[in-house]
Design a binder for this molecule. Structure first.
Ligand code: NAP
Length: 257
């Protein structure tokens, strides 16, 4: 059984630019034959995302701020109209106020806490609920992106770590909900990768240096490596895996002192 996704369809949330992990996922899936709906968060990103998506055969481009329920509905309506149904959903979206990604976690404001959770964790549940009717009978797969800061204390990751913990727990509960329908949901826990969002985490460069020195593979990972794992998780090769956190981090998560 090859990793071909010919005739399959997917929707991707979280492409900001060519460095985005969502873009690497889109490339891997499209190279395997999947037809994609690529969404962008706001008008500022539209032109760049349209230019990128032009490289993907048969793709469509749609607006979606995941905090706006009507925009998620509109994405699902367009996907139903254009593709007929959905085999995969890629959720690679996160947001926290920049000033809350440094210093003491206890300074986190209630508003910043709620915002980080709304965008980075709750959106997976709402998108899953709204995608289900399109995935019915398809043995589909949902993939989200998380980080080690959701299970261990990583300096400056702060409220985003709490949101990732909620996201990872959501993966487990959603897996139990949708498994009986033959649908799967997993998270990829990626090592640090230089993207637009990562630039907002204070001390990011020293984190990359530390991992290159200490991870079992003695290097950092690439977005392409995450994209290929996403392809695996969307393919029938991973048909026995759901509710899991799959690490693509050069092995860093196994290390102690
Ligand atoms: P990225 O290129 O900046 O992608 C994050 C995307 O989320 C951006 O397109 C961003 O749009 C979007 N977004 C923010 N608020 C949104 C909203 N309300 N509605 C829709 N989209 C929204 O960064 P990335 O590193 O690839 O991040 C993708 C995922 O990987 C995130 O979940 C991140 O936590 C996770 N991750 C990243 C790393 C890493 O080191 N890079 C490691 C592990 C996990 P705007 O640009 O407009 O905000």
């Amino acid at each position: 059984m090859g990793l071909t996704l010919d005739g399959k369809t997917g929707v991707i949330f979280g492409v900001a630019n060519q460095r985005s992990i969502a873009w690497a996922c889109a490339r891997s899936l499209a190279d395997a034959g999947m037809r994609l709906a690529v969404t962008y968060a706001n008008e500022r990103l539209e032109k760049g995302v349209r230019e990128l998506a032009a490289e993907l055969k048969g793709s469509i481009v749609l607006p979606c701020d995941v905090t706006k329920p009507d925009q998620i509905d509109a994405v699902m309506d367009s996907v139903k109209r254009e593709f007929g149904g959905l085999d995969s959903v890629i959720h690679a979206v996160a947001f926290a106020k920049r000033e809350e990604l440094e210093g003491d976690f206890f300074h986190t404001s209630k508003e910043g806490y709620m915002l980080a959770h709304e965008v980075s964790a709750y959106s997976l549940t709402e998108i899953t609920r709204k995608a289900l009717p399109l995935m019915e009978g398809r043995e589909g797969s949902i993939v989200t992106l998380t980080y080690l800061g959701g299970e261990r204390v990583i300096k400056n990751y702060n409220v985003m770590g709490i949101a990732k913990a909620a996201l990872e727990a959501s993966v487990r509960y959603l897996a139990a909900d949708i498994g009986p329908r033959g649908l799967r949901v997993n998270a990829i826990s990626a090592g640090p990768i230089r993207t637009l969002s990562a630039a907002g985490v204070s001390g990011f460069k020293s984190m990359l240096d530390h991992i290159a020195e200490t991870a079992p593979l003695r290097r950092n990972v690439t977005a392409e490596e995450v994209g290929d794992t996403c392809l695996f998780l969307c393919s029938q090769h991973s048909r026995g895996i759901t509710g899991s956190i799959v690490y693509v981090d050069a092995g860093y998560h196994v290390m102690g002192v």
